[in-house]
Design a protein around this ligand. Structure first.
Ligand SMILES: Cc1cc2nc3c(=O)[nH]c(=O)nc-3n(C[C@H](O)[C@H](O)[C@H](O)COP(=O)(O)OP(=O)(O)OC[C@H]3O[C@@H](n4cnc5c(N)ncnc54)[C@H](O)[C@@H]3O)c2cc1C
Length: 399
């Protein structure tokens, strides 16, 4: 039987980054992926990377966003991987007076705590993003925000892990897990079984199923995100684009109940808010998305939701009204029930760790989530900012 010191399950951005950083610290690490690297959420997302700076007192969010931003930069600029990284900055549209008041307070609050963002008039925004709608009330400008190709970035991390010595096995599904009396995990797969001293769950929206194999309830649920794209155009959109509508809604009413996560656009079939994110890719497609809906493991895009999202996008970029939708797609985001990540040790079993719950912003936060977990495994100590991501708060034994 193949043996490894640390076995990671899941070849998305969280697993790939964990493998890379463990291999860099000379650990014997193996990663198993059921399909292809970046075959799920990490390969189909919008490629937006969120960041507003470290702030005066960096918390987990600052570490995840700013640490990841540095890693994306390093992949593109130092390690020679073309991941289409661009520090494009981002513009968040303000449509109403209520949104304006909320946006102004948010900008003032974050700036007072050392973050980098500003409120722009629409005229100022049009001077850096000429296609935005002149009828809007203003924009929040976040200059550190960036973008990259999600497939290329995730695969670049997995390749870097492999070059550093990690074993990466694709088309290899974990089907059963048991723990021997000496603590070793015996992991049955669609290929050969593997024995591992330590196990890391990085299976995104499927962490709950893996937990069940271990007799654990891991409260991570799949949330469908969906996107659409236009035909390829010459460069027209420079920044990543979003809207303040959902930010105000979720600030007022996060919307979580005991068995549903916060920050969704729907409760059942009922729409609670519109949400928006998008950008123009290097090959010229303008891509947008927004809806976050609990529909189990259904990855079929909902055309009614796409139509609402397209109208929302066209309110910000009127050129989109004339452009047909060329294709649409969906993926599953790993949401925890309290909306916070799970990064750390699962106390109910020995040598069991998780890096997941990265929700709707796991592409932009995944690289640093993997590094924080890898550093924990390497040193034996969690970074203090991981306290709020401690899995002990919510993982339980199945009765
Ligand atoms: C439409 C959409 C748009 C998004 N846009 C953005 C964005 O712009 N910016 C941003 O930051 N985030 C975005 N996200 C969120 C982001 O994509 C996710 O948070 C992130 O990719 C999660 O990464 P992960 O590695 O945890 O999970 P995943 O990428 O889902 O990887 C988990 C992997 O585990 C594998 N796996 C599962 N079970 C097993 C098993 N039994 N055996 C072996 N392998 C297994 C799966 O095949 C999968 O490849 C978006 C998501 C979607 C769906």
């Amino acid at each position: 039987m193949t043996e490894t010191e640390i076995l990671i399950i899941g070849g998305g951005i969280a697993g790939a980054s964990t493998a890379y950083h463990l291999a860099q610290s000379a650990h014997d690490v193996t990663l198993l992926e059921r399909g292809a690297i970046a075959g799920e959420a990490s390969g189909v997302n919008a490629g937006s990377i969120g960041a507003t700076g470290w702030g005066d007192m960096p918390d987990l969010e600052a570490y995840l966003t700013m640490g990841s931003l540095e890693m994306f930069k390093s992949l593109q600029l130092d390690l020679g991987s073309d991941i289409e990284f661009r520090q494009s900055g981002s513009l968040q549209a303000i449509h109403t007076k209520a949104q304006y008041a909320f946006a102004r307070d948010r900008v003032l609050h974050l700036r007072a705590h050392g973050h980098r963002l500003e409120l722009l008039t629409t005229r100022e925004a049009r001077s850096i993003e000429p296609e935005v709608n002149p009828a809007l009330l203003g924009f929040i400008y976040m200059p550190l925000r960036a973008q990259a190709d999600p497939q290329k970035a995730t695969r670049a991390l997995a390749s870097a892990a492999q070059r550093s010595g990690a074993g990466i096995y694709t088309q290899c599904e974990v089907t059963a897990i048991r723990q021997r009396s000496d603590g070793t995990y015996i992991v049955e797969t669609s290929q050969e079984p593997i024995a591992a001293g330590t196990l890391v769950l990085a299976a995104g929206a499927w962490c709950g199923s893996l937990g069940a194999l271990l007799g654990l309830r891991i409260p991570i649920v799949p949330v469908r995100g969906q996107m659409w794209a236009t035909e390829s155009l010459p460069p027209r959109v420079c920044h990543t684009i979003s809207s303040t509508e959902s930010a105000l809604q979720w600030h007022t009413a996060p919307g979580n109940e005991h068995d549903t996560p916060p920050y969704l656009t729907h409760r059942g079939d009922e729409r609670l808010t519109r949400h928006l994110y998008g950008r123009q890719t290097r090959d010229g497609d303008i891509i947008f998305g927004g809806d976050r809906q609990l529909v189990g493991y259904n990855k079929v895009p909902d055309s009614a939701g796409i139509a609402v999202n397209r109208d929302h996008a066209a309110e910000v970029l009127p050129l989109l009204r004339e452009l047909p939708i060329k294709r649409s797609w969906a993926g599953l985001m790993p949401f925890s029930l309290d909306g916070k990540p799970l990064i750390g040790r699962i106390p109910q079993r020995s040598n069991l760790y998780i890096v997941s719950g990265l929700a709707s912003s796991g592409f932009g936060r995944g690289p640093m989530a993997g590094k924080l977990l890898a550093d924990y495994l390497h040193t034996g100590y969690p970074h203090p900012v991981l306290a709020e991501a401690d899995p002990a708060r919510c993982v339980t034994l199945v009765e």
